[in-house]
Design a protein around this ligand. Structure first.
Ligand code: SF4
Length: 365
């Protein structure tokens, strides 16, 4: 059933729908996959009427990162996250920052022709991830860089073992998972940073290849299942940078996810198929941050602008500076037992009484 060197393994979340055709129910695309074909993500294929993943225990990127890089600012600030990815993605973002590992041509092939070499990466078994996480002193494992939903089987097995070892699990995700797949992993999933790339259904359809309404439902499901949630919006000039858009996102977070949900507003840099678009004007990011705060969100951050005051955490009640950051580093932490030292307001998140202030970055692959 599983060949450890090829990464091939029988997939979870699918059902036969007749004539050797299967339906994959892992992500919201719910691909209908005829015999011999691959799904949209390019890493799941139908062989003889059964659905397989081809990236189980096949890691393409493995780093030890500050948790601030995910970004998850309200989960053990200053700690390190063991970070892992396979190739593949179920989105087609034209501005993808990791397109070299997320976008594959394998989905164009017949699943019978798939070879291990179609999926770059190295054999990294689940138990080895746990060993490495411990040896590098990481508090958590982040499933990140590409889309963790599409390497679900790998993440699920790792997450189960991680919890047995007292390690947290984090998804950095586009959020396009089905409710049933999310619920199944939720007992082991502690926190997630979910991208909300604007509030325009046409933008999602044309530039990303996905449906906004399904993503919004998924965000609500994360919240309902008790998974700590932070939201990131990459502001692409000319596409999702108008004020109305920022108001709509902030209102959705406030009304559906809660004022305690941190919102990260990130600066875009030209990339992949959007090399002709300029970087986001920092004034726009600041305006968006102000809109988020005015709409009542407790924590609104600027991303990709090292040194900006929008990287810091302030008390939502009295305005005191609680955590000063520079890029991915926590350089000052004034909280006392996870509370504001001036007014005593409890600061939302997991492990906010964690007091680590500095760290370095280890690159492994
Ligand atoms: S995980 Fe892949 S195969 Fe499954 S529905 Fe999503 S894109 Fe399709």
């Amino acid at each position: 059933m599983y060949d450890s060197h090829s990464g091939k393994r029988l997939a979870m979340f699918w059902n036969p729908i007749g004539d050797k055709v299967v339906r994959c129910n892992l992500c919201q695309h719910r691909c209908r996959i005829p015999e011999g074909r691959m799904g949209v993500c390019g890493v799941r294929g139908n062989i003889d009427g059964r659905l397989y993943t081809f990236v189980f225990e096949k890691a393409v990127a493995v780093h030890v990162d500050p948790i601030e890089k995910k970004p998850l600012f309200h989960v053990f600030p200053g700690s390190m996250a063991f970070s892992v990815a396979t190739v593949g993605c179920n989105f087609r973002c034209q501005f993808c920052q990791n397109w070299d590992i997320s976008q594959l041509n394998a989905f164009k092939k017949s699943s019978h022709e798939i070879k291990p070499s179609d999926f770059p990466g190295e054999y990294l078994p689940v138990n080895r991830i746990i060993e490495l996480t411990k040896s590098y002193g990481c508090k958590s494992i982040a499933y990140t860089y590409t889309e963790p939903t599409i390497f679900y089987e790998y993440a699920f097995e790792t997450a189960k073992l991680a919890h047995k070892n007292g390690i947290l699990n984090l998804f950095v995700t586009n959020g396009y998972i089905t409710p049933e797949a999310l619920e199944h992993i939720s007992p082991y999933l502690d926190a997630a940073n979910v991208d909300l790339k604007g509030f325009n259904p046409q933008f999602y359809k044309k530039k990303i290849g996905a449906r906004l309404d399904r993503l919004l439902e998924s965000l609500k499901a994360y919240k309902k299942l008790g998974i700590w949630l932070e939201v990131t919006t990459l502001v692409v000039p000319g596409y999702d940078d108008d004020e109305k858009n920022f108001h709509k996102i902030a209102q959705f977070i406030r009304d559906e996810l809660g004022v305690e949900t941190p919102w990260h507003i990130s600066r875009f840099f030209p990339n992949y198929k959007m090399n002709d678009v300029p970087p986001t004007d920092i004034r726009i990011l600041r305006k968006a941050r102000k809109i988020g705060l005015d709409e009542g969100l407790r924590y609104v951050y600027s991303g990709n602008v090292p040194g900006d005051e929008g990287e810091n955490t302030y008390c939502y009640q009295c305005g005191k500076l609680l955590i000063r950051r520079h890029g991915f580093e926590v350089v000052e932490n004034n909280m006392v037992n996870g509370k504001c030292p001036r007014c005593g307001a409890p600061i939302d998140g997991i492990g906010m009484d964690h007091l680590q202030t500095r760290h370095s970055n280890y690159w492994m692959v």
